[in-house]
Design a protein around this ligand. Structure first.
Ligand SMILES: NC(=O)c1ccc[n+]([C@@H]2O[C@H](COP(=O)([O-])OP(=O)(O)OC[C@H]3O[C@@H](n4cnc5c(N)ncnc54)[C@H](OP(=O)(O)O)[C@@H]3O)[C@@H](O)[C@H]2O)c1
Length: 235
């Protein structure tokens, strides 16, 4: 599908990568851009319609789907992460449950609510994943598991929805210059660049975005005898 003329809904769009996706959709001539967010108070961006949405609250998701019935391009972006310092403890279990609730179940809930509109509009879904899907970083272990699960979900709904002419794109990327990675002192990709790459892939009818060199390097090892998820030093 083409981003130009589409009706876009981005979750977690008040800041970070989600806001970059919403702004880039406006720049590319989307017919309408909805920005889902937990707190729409004081959100004021030209051409972007704020919609109250908490991906962990089914009533709020249903209300958002009613408020935005014409969506043809859904960007499942909302996500949370924290470093995990205490492995092999209940703390890790608590974090994993919390991260799965937002990053995995939240993605499923929102997709379920919008999928009739997407089928009717022969639309597209972009799911924001991570290089953590394949990368071994123990301090991100529960977070990485949510992205691996969301990758699997993405691949399965692609199979289901391709029969209905709905395009499904999975986006993997390493650290971004957003609040989520503000304490990470490593090179980070500009979220605007990620949004541009993702919409290029949507426009081209593609299925996957590997948005930085590190992510492309990790992906390239997956079928090697010693892939990066067994020996991270191969990349
Ligand atoms: N930053 C990175 O290094 C990086 C790398 C790879 C992938 N990603 C992924 O990129 C996506 C966006 O992350 P970001 O870097 O832009 O992070 P961010 O700056 O922390 O923004 C996260 C966004 O998600 C929203 N959110 C969190 N929980 C929500 C919920 N229950 N319901 C609705 N919205 C919720 C936040 O809303 P509030 O303002 O209300 O908290 C915020 O808008 C995430 O899926 C993340 O996993 C990030």
């Amino acid at each position: 599908m083409k981003v130009k003329g589409s009706v876009v809904f981005v979750t977690g769009a008040n800041r970070g990568l989600g806001l970059a996706f919403a702004r880039e959709a406006v720049a590319r001539g989307a017919a309408k851009v909805y920005a889902g967010m937990r707190n729409p108070d004081n959100f004021n961006e030209p051409g972007i319609i704020p919609v109250k949405l908490d991906v962990n609250d089914v009533d709020s998701i249903a209300a958002a789907a009613r408020a935005a019935p014409d969506v043809t391009l859904l960007v499942n972006n909302a996500g949370i992460a924290e470093l995990t310092q205490e492995h092999f403890t209940e703390h890790e279990v608590e974090q994993a449950r919390r991260f799965f609730e937002t990053n995995y179940f939240g993605m499923i809930r929102v997709t379920n609510a919008f999928h009739h509109a997407l089928v009717a509009g022969k639309g597209a879904i972009v799911n924001i994943l991570s290089d953590a899907t394949w990368k071994v970083v123990p301090v991100l272990s529960p977070y990485s598991a949510t992205k691996a699960a969301a990758w699997s979900y993405t691949n399965n709904i692609r199979a289901l929805l391709s029969e209905k002419n709905v395009q499904v794109v999975g986006l993997h990327v390493g650290f971004l210059d957003t609040d989520l990675a503000k304490d990470v002192d490593l090179p980070k990709t500009d979220p605007r660049d990620v949004a541009r790459q993702a919409y290029d892939v949507v426009d081209a009818g593609g299925s996957e975005v590997l948005a930085d060199a590190g992510t492309r390097a990790i992906k390239s090892t997956l079928s090697a005898e010693v892939p990066a998820y067994i020996d991270p030093s191969v990349v």
